[in-house]
Ligand binder design. Structure first.
Ligand code: PLP
Length: 403
């Protein structure tokens, strides 16, 4: 049984903003006290840089920093912490793979396969890279119910494919893709796979070994951690063959004016003084998640989504995207007569925080024939009452703004 009130108590924002119904968790999640305290503690009583210092404080900070790498490896079941690179976020990790892994492998006969439900972060880097290298993109179709079309996937993958980039969970629909099955399709053809786990990492179990993906990214701020920090998992054999992406301190073993020998992964991909506060906060967030019964949290949150869908479905003229996605914690919808931005502004005035627009997935919106949608995205600290407030405010918006 999920105890929403006890879970909610971990988050100081809800006492600071008692009137707010925060239903914008796909954008970013609130922070538990443990994460805030870990970051404050690092700055106030444990501050030094990592890797370089020979004094006790620097040594302690380095141990914490490298300890988080181990925690992250366990969290996603990576074989080794050497497969974990700290980045600025999911976007940073995808751009790293584009430049350091794929750029050298492309030419006019090679394709990059993406899906129609990718966030711009998992589309634009590939699109720009393909344009630069003369390669081309192929796009896996989405079915009208919001599921990825696996026949289309099989059609897109061929001997020309240089990489498959696929999202674990859609940030618009909340649909969870069968990554193990999808990766197996690519693996069977020797095609590397990158998984964008930005949305799934909070509640859905991630197992990079079981999935057999080559790369996986996620962002700290969507898993109760800080902004500006993210994770790139890369299989050891992939990372070892990749050239550096950025050059500077910490990523080199030996440097002369004539030549430099780069450090092995992951240091090779972490040039410069890293985001130590971010890593510290991410470590606290992973501890927090690990101590949480995530399967009970997921069950509760998908139940809350079902409740929201039930309330929304009563409204005339509503179109709910991926309405029957049982494993989703996101509900996106469109109302015939009101623009999503007007809905979000109206609900905002009622202190109901939701999101409107194309959600950085414009091609998916085009596919559904919509300029944008209104998105309610839930977390395990949300309550039925908050969902009801959203529905009540929406009804009022329809009454006042509707045609
Ligand atoms: C599915 C998905 N991928 C990637 C990203 C990008 O994450 P970030 O902006 O933290 O790099 C997001 C953010 O909304 C997302 O939802």
């Amino acid at each position: 049984m999920w105890d929403v009130e006890s879970f909610r108590d971990h988050f100081p924002l809800f006492s600071a903003q008692p009137g707010l119904a925060y239903l914008d968790n796909a954008a970013t999640t609130q922070k538990p006290a443990a994460v805030i305290e870990a970051i404050a503690g690092y700055y106030s009583s444990g501050y030094a840089s990592v890797h370089r210092g020979t004094y006790a404080l620097a040594d302690a900070v380095t141990r914490t920093y490298e300890g988080v790498r181990k925690k992250v490896a366990q969290f996603i079941n990576a074989g080794s912490e050497k497969e974990i690179v700290f980045t600025s976020g999911a976007t940073g990790g995808i751009n790293l793979v584009a430049e350091a892994f794929l750029a050298d492998k492309l030419n006019s006969s090679r394709s990059i396969v993406v899906t129609a439900m990718e966030h711009h972060s998992n589309l634009l880097p590939w699109q720009a890279l393909a344009a630069r290298c003369g390669a081309y993109l192929r796009v896996v179709r989405v079915d009208p119910d919001g599921r990825l079309n696996l026949n289309s996937l099989a059609e897109c993958l061929d001997e020309h494919t240089a990489l498959l980039a696929v999202t674990h969970v859609s940030n618009v629909l909340g649909v969870v893709n069968p990554i193990k099955e999808i990766a197996a399709e690519a693996n069977g053809r020797n095609i590397p796979v990158l998984v964008d786990a930005a949305q799934g990492a909070m509640l859905h179990p991630i197992d990079v070994q079981e999935w057999n993906c080559d790369f996986l990214v996620f962002s700290g701020h969507k898993v109760f951690g800080p902004t500006g920090i993210g994770v790139l998992f890369g299989k050891k054999e992939r990372l070892e063959t990749m050239r550096p992406w950025q050059y500077g301190g910490e990523m080199v073993l030996d440097a002369t004016f004539a030549h430099s020998e780069y450090a092995p992964a992951p240091a090779r991909f972490e040039a410069g003084t890293p985001n130590i506060a971010g890593v510290t906060g991410l470590g606290a967030a992973i501890d927090f998640l690990t101590a949480t019964d995530r399967s009970a949290a997921l069950e509760y949150t998908t139940g809350l989504r079902r409740y929201a869908v039930g309330l929304l479905a009563e409204m005339p003229g509503i179109r709910i995207l991926a309405r029957d996605a049982a494993d989703s914690v996101i509900v996106s919808f469109a109302l015939n007569e009101i623009h999503p931005h007007d809905i979000a502004t109206f609900l905002g005035q009622d202190q109901v925080a939701i999101r409107a627009g194309h959600h950085c997935a414009q091609p998916l919106m085009d596919y559904f024939g919509l300029p944008g949608s209104t998105r309610v995205s839930l977390a395990p600290y949300n309550t039925e009452r908050e969902v009801e407030r959203m529905a009540e405010s929406l009804k009022e918006a329809r009454r006042l703004l509707g045609g």
